[in-house]
Ligand binder design. Structure first.
Ligand code: BTN
Length: 268
């Protein structure tokens, strides 16, 4: 996108700064937006491939199934990337690997929980949401990362699963611009390096939070239990059901089930 072609849709939220984001496209910084994903979808046509939309505050951020994504102002990173060309691999997983790699630069060893969560010490630190604007090719991929959020701030939010932040895990505060810079660099690297689905699966296996765990998956229509057997090359979860049958799931909420010693022994 060049500055002449940028058409900012009517909003009462000012654009505060403009720089360069991914692949030399625009980095648009807003003091406040309802949702960077919503903005990216609404302004999809006027954005170039790789435009980055960053909001210091989101008033109506959301995640999967339109669940609220709450970030205290300037405590976390909330941004979206507009992609006009899509990678050959599932984009949320590609971005998950990039977030994992970015966190490792800050000595934080995160794991990836299918389909779109980044976990640290068993708690969620980041979520990724890819949405395709109706009738268009491409996606707006949103990333929410808890950076300088305190335990009290996280405790004030009703959460589906325990959450954490970079601050809580390291007792350090971080410059949001620095963290964003590392994230964008890593997204670029993963985009360049992981070109085929087989490499995605291999990389995912290295950081798989669910590896060999007994799990329950709730989909919109059912609840299925079994043993997690990884992901396939299209990003589907492979589940070995308790009867031994293998099934492939493309969406759902996963919870780990801790089996007692007795229960482990009667598993087929
Ligand atoms: C999830 O965990 O379900 C995904 C959360 C995604 C949150 C990010 S924050 C930036 C972008 N804007 C949104 O409204 N959502 C995504």
């Amino acid at each position: 996108m060049n500055s002449d072609s940028l058409e900012i849709q009517p909003t009462d939220r000012p654009l505060i700064e403009k720089g360069k984001g991914l692949w030399n496209a625009d980095l648009l910084i807003f003091s406040s937006l309802d949702s960077t994903n919503r903005w990216g979808i609404e302004n999809f046509d006027s954005c170039q491939h790789g435009a980055v939309i960053w909001a210091m505050e989101q008033t109506a951020g959301y995640g999967r199934y339109k669940r609220r994504w709450v970030t205290h102002e300037k405590k976390g990173l909330t941004f979206s990337i507009v992609l006009k060309q899509m990678p050959e691999i599932p984009v949320t997983m590609m971005v998950g690997l990039a977030v994992q790699s970015a966190l490792s630069e800050f000595a934080l060893n995160a794991l990836l929980k299918w389909p779109n969560d980044v976990m640290l010490n068993g708690k969620k630190i980041a979520g990724i949401l890819a949405e395709t604007p109706a009738g268009k090719k491409g996606a707006t991929v949103g990333i929410g990362l808890n950076v300088n959020t305190s335990s009290d701030e996280l405790n004030s939010i009703k959460l589906l699963q325990p959450a954490t932040s970079m601050l809580i895990e390291s007792q350090k505060t971080y410059d949001l611009c620095v963290v964003l810079g590392v994230l964008l660099q890593k997204i670029n690297n993963v985009w360049e390096e992981i070109k085929n689905p087989e490499s995605l699966v291999l990389q995912w296996q290295k950081y798989d939070f669910l590896a060999d765990k007994n799990i329950v998956i709730r989909t919109e229509t059912e609840k299925i239990s079994g043993t997690y057997r990884g992901i396939d090359t299209t990003g589907k979860l492979i589940l070995e059901e308790n009867g031994g049958q293998i099934c492939y799931l493309y969406s759902g909420d996963v919870a780990i089930v801790e089996l007692s010693e007795g229960e482990k022994n009667i598993k087929p």
